[in-house]
Write a new protein. Structure first.
Length: 305
């Protein structure tokens, strides 16, 4: 595996608090303390990233718009020239928030919908505000297009599950007719968060017979709200913490002994040394580009199983 000089992508956990409890999310299994990243920590990360230009994703577990200083943080990253984006459940997208997003010059925004009908939305996302969320998303798109903006590039997300998979084709057709420019519908295969979540239909994952190293630990890092750093995008409880930006740099953590040992265990197929890795299936996403997919009306085949 190629080890980059600096991570290519850094996910920053703006907060691990959330106003939703989605079926596919491990939010209900969190045992670590909840909180919000401090502007000091956030700016330290961004300042170090300026030299290396990774993609910064302002989200891990939680709803970033719950952070009272979110737009201050976003503006800081954009002014520093950092490529950045974030995911949101759309519940806070009123007129003023939409304008702040569109004026921020952020590169990407991911809107998590996962359902075509309100009954499915209730099941999958655990909320009964489907009509409100659809209205919010449509308002954001309309405002963006009326302003003639190319950015942020918007994706409408659909995590495939046994509760919603029957709606994927119609969902894609509906939103494809509304989206313009580079905006797109994004399908994501259900992941088990290192074996801690089930989909009642995990046979559809069709895992390869031979396990391979997870490419993500050579490319990306996650910084939790309290400054702890983990190399794993399934490590929602911080079991693989390899350092803390409070007293170290991203660059040093990226090259430290703890991460070298983890990578070595993958190189030698010794996944059992790390229980989180032993139970995980997310490594497959690095080797199958259909698992995270920009789908259009022309590219639905293969995603409806």
């Amino acid at each position: 595996m190629t080890t980059y000089y600096f991570p290519q992508r850094i996910s920053i956990e703006i907060t691990n608090n959330c106003n939703y409890l989605c079926a596919m999310c491990p939010q209900g299994k969190l045992v670590r303390k909840k909180g919000f990243i401090s502007p000091e920590f956030y700016k330290k990360i961004i300042d170090e990233c300026v030299k290396y230009n990774p993609m910064v994703w302002n989200h891990f577990i939680g709803e970033p718009l719950l952070h009272k200083d979110f737009f201050e943080l976003l503006e800081y990253a954009v002014k520093k020239g950092i490529r950045s984006g974030f995911s949101t459940n759309g519940s806070f997208l009123d007129g003023s928030v939409i304008m702040k997003i569109l004026k921020s010059s952020v590169e990407r925004i991911e809107l998590s919908l996962d359902a075509l009908k309100k009954e499915t939305y209730n099941d999958v996302r655990g909320m009964k505000n489907f009509n409100e969320i659809e209205k919010n998303v449509n308002q954001l798109l309309k405002t963006k297009y009326d302003m003639g903006l190319e950015k942020p590039v918007v994706s409408i997300q659909f995590v495939k599950q046994h509760k919603n998979i029957h709606e994927l084709e119609e969902f894609t057709r509906k939103w494809s007719k509304i989206l313009k420019g580079k905006d797109f519908v994004k399908s994501i295969d259900f992941i088990t968060w290192a074996g801690t979540k089930t989909n009642n239909n995990n046979a559809e994952l069709k895992l390869p017979s031979q396990r391979v190293p997870c490419g993500r630990i050579w490319k990306s890092l996650v910084v939790l709200w309290n400054g702890e750093v983990t190399p794993c995008t399934s490590d929602y409880n911080g079991e693989l913490v390899i350092g803390n930006i409070k007293d170290d740099s991203i660059k040093n953590i990226w090259r430290n002994e703890r991460l070298r040992k983890l990578r070595s265990s993958h190189d030698f197929n010794s996944f059992e040394k790390y229980p989180l890795c032993a139970n995980c299936n997310e490594w497959i996403l690095e080797n199958d580009t259909d698992k995270y997919k920009n789908i259009s009306i022309k590219n639905l085949e293969g995603h409806l199983q």
